[in-house]
Design a protein around this ligand. Structure first.
Ligand code: 4NP
Length: 167
C-alpha cells in the first residue's frame, strides 16, 4: 500500500463487493468525489467490481443511486466481475465483507497479493464487525447506513493515501 504517488504513476484502487451494484459502486463514487474535491484526480485510478457474475453490465442499484445523489455523489459504474488479473493491476483492493475478502484471497494463487487485499472497514473509525452490511434485500435505512460507513472509511483512506502524493 505504501509507495510514492505521482501523476506519472497514479495509485490504483478497486472496491469490491458481491454484485457490484450497491456497496462497491457507492464506495467508488464517494472516493472519486473526495479525490475530485481535493484536486487529486490525476493521482488516482478508481474502479469497482463484484466477486459474482449476477449483475454484469448493470448500473448501480436505484436505491444506492438515490442515496448517493442526496449527498451530492454521482454513481457511474457498470457492473463487472473482479478477475485474477486485477490483483496484479491494482495497488489496493478493498473488500466490503469477510466473504468477499476470502474470495479475493482465493484468487491469489500463492498468496502473493495478500498485502494489497484489505477490508474496507479497516479504515473506519468504528469498524464494528469489519463488514459493510449488504443492503440489497433491506430498506432505505440500510442504504443510508452503507453510505455513512463508506463516507467515513473513504475519508480516512484518502487521508492516509494523500500523504504519499508527491506533487
Ligand atoms: P452488493 O449487493 O454486493 O453490495 O452489490 C448485492 C447485490 C446483489 C445481490 C447481493 C448483494 N444478489 O444476491 O443478487
Amino acid at each position: 500500500m505504501k509507495r510514492t504517488i505521482t501523476k506519472e504513476d497514479p495509485y490504483k484502487v478497486c472496491f469490491v463487493c458481491l454484485g457490484n451494484i450497491c456497496r462497491s459502486p457507492t464506495a467508488e463514487g464517494i472516493f472519486q468525489h473526495l479525490v475530485n474535491e481535493r484536486k487529486l484526480s490525476s493521482y488516482f485510478f478508481i474502479d469497482s467490481a463484484g466477486t459474482s457474475a449476477y449483475h454484469i453490465g448493470e448500473p448501480a442499484n436505484s436505491k444506492s443511486q438515490w442515496t448517493a445523489n442526496r449527498h451530492g455523489v454521482k454513481l457511474h459504474s457498470k457492473a463487472r466481475r473482479f478477475e485474477a488479473s486485477d490483483l496484479d493491476e491494482f495497488d489496493l483492493v478493498l473488500a466490503m465483507d469477510h466473504e468477499n475478502h476470502r474470495n479475493l484471497q482465493r484468487l491469489s494463487r500463492n498468496g502473493q497479493h495478500s498485502g494489497k487485499i484489505k477490508l474496507m472497514r479497516e479504515f473506519d473509525s468504528r469498524p464494528e464487525d469489519g463488514e459493510v452490511p449488504d443492503p440489497y434485500y433491506g430498506g432505505m435505512d440500510g442504504f443510508q447506513n452503507v453510505f455513512d460507513v463508506l463516507k467515513r472509511s473513504c475519508e480516512n483512506l484518502l487521508d492516509e493515501l494523500e500523504q504519499l502524493v508527491e506533487k
